[in-house]
Design a binder for this molecule. Structure first.
Ligand SMILES: *Cc1c(COP(=O)(O)O)cnc(C)c1O
Length: 413
């Protein structure tokens, strides 16, 4: 099957991987929280992991598992676990795998809520070093004997710094530490995490994967690139059988069963339907983003465009190597100094002022006073976020209509 193209695999994945009853092409949304066992021995065996099955909706349902199989297929990993949101997936991975006294090297260019989470785990006694992940040297200098992982995003939200994941992947393999990558901005087929040496992919399914702004979800995928047998934070209870599953088993048990941010079956179903068109939407959105970036780059009322597809982006060459089918669909801009960003946003007629990204519709947001307000000016400067930056998540509209809208809004100021 893996010889087939990406979209062919995607649209047939549910029925092929999950074999829904009666020839249905979608796994249905299982609304039952509980599962009856007519032989009590069977429920005992399921609890003890000797038999597959579902016991309680917080830990698993048929719909959650069906989506996890499809997400895993997307990344060609050895397993996946789904969560209620992207933040739930990231929190579960970090809180399940690391302990007081461990050290994690974390990108200083992070989605704001992940940065805030890292500050929380730092208060719990997990040491965090925020570093410039565009420099391998900065990573190697931050390394300590208790370093257990590197955590980064592929393309940072919102200032679009690009980490050289392959180089970081080689470094982590040498050191035998985990490489955890938030791949929300560049889902497959845009970026191949497994081939780049990533150990665990974390991702918000809310964004490009589901794609329509109608459902929240998150996932952790194990690419199979990390050898868990040498990772001594795995509880003996989960060091059973095949060591490829140790990490995910612990994330599932602690992150899902104990912490409880479980994905609803209805949400799992909606995400599964949305992701059938992932590659088509991504291709269109990336091509729109590139055209819009070029248009804005050449406009005299724009002072700066942040987009990895532009030749003058500081990591353009890394992005060109690393991104397989485009440069992502998010860009940020600084307007010329005399233009009020709020007035500009209010002049846009088609583009929606909203916080979110990866939608079919194009969205724009002033970054500093909203999603990065809590960070304060110093932290924003460290993240490369200018005080007047506008983030644009480019959708799949017809490009002429987007250019027309930006043209009229800029002309009116
Ligand atoms: C949105 C986002 C998240 C969080 O995802 P939710 O599903 O909204 O919880 C994490 N990382 C990145 C890069 C994001 O853009």
């Amino acid at each position: 099957m893996s010889k087939q193209g990406f979209t062919t695999r995607q649209i047939h994945a549910d029925r092929r991987l999950n074999k829904p009853a009666n020839g249905a092409v979608h796994t249905p949304a299982t609304t039952s929280v509980l599962f009856e066992y007519t032989d009590a021995q069977d429920i005992i065996d399921v609890f003890q992991g000797k038999q597959a099955g579902h016991v309680y909706g917080r830990s698993s349902t048929e719909s959650m598992q069906a989506l996890a199989n499809q997400i895993n297929d997307l990344e060609q990993g050895v397993g996946a676990v789904c969560f209620a949101t992207g933040m739930a997936a990231i929190s579960a991975a970090v809180l399940s795998l690391f302990k007081h006294g461990d050290h994690i090297i974390v990108s200083q260019y992070l989605f704001g809520n992940t940065r805030s989470l890292m500050n929380t785990v730092s208060d719990l006694g997990i040491q965090i070093s925020f570093v410039d992940v565009t420099s391998l040297q900065a990573i190697t200098e931050a390394y300590q004997p208790n370093t257990r992982a590197v955590f980064t995003e592929t393309i940072a939200n919102p200032a679009t710094q690009v980490a050289d994941i392959q180089a970081i992947g080689r470094y982590c393999k040498e050191r035998e530490i985990l490489l955890i990558v938030d791949n929300t901005m560049t889902p497959p087929p845009l970026f191949n995490a497994k081939a780049s040496g990533v150990s665990l992919v974390v991702c918000s399914l809310t964004k490009y994967v589901a794609g329509h702004g109608h459902v929240l979800g998150g996932a952790v995928i194990d690419t199979g690139e990390f050898d868990w047998s040498g990772f001594n934070n795995i509880s003996p209870a989960y060091q059973v059988a095949d060591c490829t599953q140790w990490g995910l088993t612990q994330i599932k048990k602690k992150g899902l069963r104990d912490m409880g941010a479980s994905l609803s079956s209805e949400a799992a179903h909606k995400i599964a339907v949305g992701m059938e068109t992932l590659a088509l939407r991504m291709q269109r959105a990336c091509s729109n983003a590139k055209e819009l970036a070029l248009f804005l780059h050449n406009h005299d009322k724009i002072s700066q465009v942040y987009y990895p597809g532009l030749a003058d982006h500081p990591q353009h060459f890394i992005a060109r190597e690393q991104m397989l089918t485009g440069y992502g669909a998010m860009l940020s801009i600084d307007l010329a100094e005399h233009i009020d960003p709020i007035a500009f946003l209010n002049k846009l007629e088609l583009v929606i002022c909203a916080t979110h990204l990866g939608d079919t519709r194009t969205l724009a947001l002033p970054v500093a006073p909203t999603i990065f307000y809590e960070s304060g000016p110093q932290e924003r400067a460290q993240m490369g976020i200018s005080e007047n930056m506008l983030r644009i998540s480019v959708g799949i509209e017809d490009i002429e209509d987007l250019i027309t809208d930006f043209t009229q809004a800029l002309a009116s100021l």
